[in-house]
Design a protein around this ligand. Structure first.
Ligand code: SAM
Length: 228
């Protein structure tokens, strides 16, 4: 069975999707979605040989070779035009790495804009939302979940015709998560608040850290506003 984290990512994959799962590792996500009849076709992309081999094994073991193609490729280079991909999942990496993958995909035209993006950054959600906004992607759904004491965010985005108007707060907390303010959300930002207070204490003892101090103070202010 899928982890709660991957199951949540999977929930946002449209039924009957032609899916590209980038950084697929064991290909657990596409294999599970295929076995459950949720997707029609998938590409599992991996840039590292070890995980690529694990993905191939997992797909073969389940007899899905015809419907899940495993490719050794960097980022969205795993996608071919003929795949007719309409959903892309990128999970379990840092937000800035996800941005780099999307940006390179855009430059090389592997990302065409008609795909639904389902992203699960481990950190750097704000950076990722900024990229989405700058590239005219609207955040259509968000989810926050806790598993084994870790809190994860899932961000779902689709291309629009104009730049969405997210402000700094929405980029930091998530436009939808901010409206919902779930218990897990509050727990996450309580933790983040504490972390920043600790960092701030350290930084005030250091020299030449004024810029970082100001940035963290500003974030702390926003967190306090949001937590109320
Ligand atoms: N997506 C799975 C999940 O969420 O459980 C696996 C996450 S694993 C921590 C990240 C995987 O991404 C690794 O297997 C790594 O090799 C792969 N990866 C990192 N950068 C990549 C890139 N540019 N293109 C393809 N795969 C990449």
């Amino acid at each position: 069975d899928l982890s709660k984290r991957l199951a949540t990512v999977g929930k946002f994959v449209p039924p009957g999707a032609f899916l590209a799962d980038i950084g697929s590792d064991h290909a657990y996500l596409p294999v599970s979605l295929m076995l459950n009849g949720k997707i029609e076709f998938a590409v599992a992309g991996e840039v590292v040989r070890g995980p690529y081999e694990s993905a191939k094994k997992q797909v073969q073991k389940n007899g899905l070779d015809k419907r899940i193609i495993v490719r050794l490729a960097n980022g969205l280079e795993a996608i071919k035009t003929t795949d007719q991909i309409n959903a892309i999942t990128i999970a379990g990496m840092g937000g800035s790495l996800i941005c780099d993958i999307l940006e390179a995909g855009k430059q090389k035209k592997h990302l065409i804009g008609s795909e639904r993006l389902i992203l699960q950054p481990n950190i750097g959600e704000q950076t990722l939302r900024k990229w989405l906004q700058d590239n005219e992607y609207q955040i259509v759904a968000e989810n926050i979940l806790e598993e084994k004491k870790k809190i994860y965010e899932v961000i779902v985005a689709e291309k629009t015709k104009k730049i969405p108007m997210y402000d700094e707060k929405e980029r930091m907390f998530g436009p939808i998560l901010l409206k919902e303010k779930s218990e897990i959300f509050k727990r996450k930002w309580q933790r983040e608040k504490k972390q920043r207070q600790v960092i701030l204490n350290q930084l005030t003892k250091a020299v030449n850290q004024q810029k970082r101090i100001e940035a963290i103070k500003k974030e702390l202010q926003l967190i306090k506003e949001v937590l109320g």
